[in-house]
Design a protein around this ligand. Sequence first.
Ligand code: AMP
Ligand code: GLY
Length: 433
Amino acid sequence: MNVLVIGSGGREHALAARCAAEVGPASVLAAPGNPGIARVARLIDVDPLSAEAVLALVDRERVDLTIVGPELPLSVGLVDRFHAAGRAIVGPTRAAAGLETSKAFAKAFMHRHGVPTARFLTCHTHREALDMAKSAILGFPLVIKADGLAAGKGVVIASEMESAERAIREAMVEQRFGSAGARVVLEECLTGPEVSFFALCDGIRALTLGTAQDHKRIFDNDEGPNTGGMGAFAPSRLVTAGLHDRIVREIVCPVLAGMSAEGHPFSGFLYVGLMLTPDGPKVIEFNVRLGDPEAQVILSLVDEPLLPLLMAAAEGRLRAAPVRLAAETRVGVVLASRGYPERSDVGRVILGLEAAARLSNVSVFHAGTSLREGHIVTAGGRVLTVVGGARTYDEAIRRAYEGVDLVSFDGMQYRRDIGRKALLAGERAAQPS
Ligand code: AMP
Ligand code: GLY
């Protein structure tokens, strides 16, 4: 079986490594990939946004299954083109990807189908947004979200009218997020811990792939600006068996049934960002792909062959029995460049990669790296994810940081508290969620 992984980050490295473990590196291709992925797959320099080029590659290399990592190729309809050509692919169509690409669509959809989420108002003009913010319908703090894809930077939590006005102006008048800010969604501010829930879907059925908790802020103790994610651990201890069933019943099932009823059955990875509020789990956002760095911590907990499951999802024939998840934990620490998240210092030589990868129960996934004169150098904001695995969180944290201690590059920054949240209620072995 030949597999193609689309993308070039840490999530795609984790996907490619998993595929290579199942079918051998000679049967795995990645486009465009990165130097870490090159260890487990053959890299092909094809633009993931060009459906023609990707389909030509699939035919030329006799690819049986394509797995899409990032949202952008999904948002421009790569999956639709594959379906038209009769080729197997894991991911939603362009319309179904609307759950991530338009917050206005996702919120209205949840409203139509009774999926629990924050109360909201969608505003189409600057005037309307200001009036609604002032109206006190939602109160303060007020959450202001650009409608479209904004690389995780489109959300502001305004504590009073002045900062709300500024956020609305930046999105709708100054067009800080381009056309993504043409509409904004205003939301009531929810409180509670955040967890990420992952499901693999085939249009009708969904199988849980696990849970995780991300660390979005740049600094320890969740301080500083938001990033794409500075680390994650899996599973989340907060998602008990009872809560898991409630999330499936109140959120995942109605989403699949609703998308199907509206003519856009959802297939691929569904990432539900949840807040566990005093009134129960509520959806903060959907993503229509795996998370990064969440993929790096959840995939190796899938305790059965993944590729047959992915093929079944692509072909609309997922089984009913749950996916077997290992009763272990993973902790992933992101190593970022100086200046991230505002900008990133690149071209710094990375040392210690081999030594870290030799540690047992430690994996190093590449994100922003490139090859220069035989050296692996930094090439982006988030450079690597170092993952430790063990039965307990405590031990997984220790292993992850043992790996981190062996890696270095000029300006390297990372959080020292990844996984600590999992320990707060007292250490115990993880239960599979
Ligand atoms: P999003 O891009 O929609 O995931 O939002 C980014 C972050 O903003 C989330 O991870 C939350 O921490 C926060 N956030 C989003 N919506 C809300 C809300 N309604 N109430 C409180 N915090 C929110
Ligand atoms: N880590 C958050 C995301 O992938 O969207």
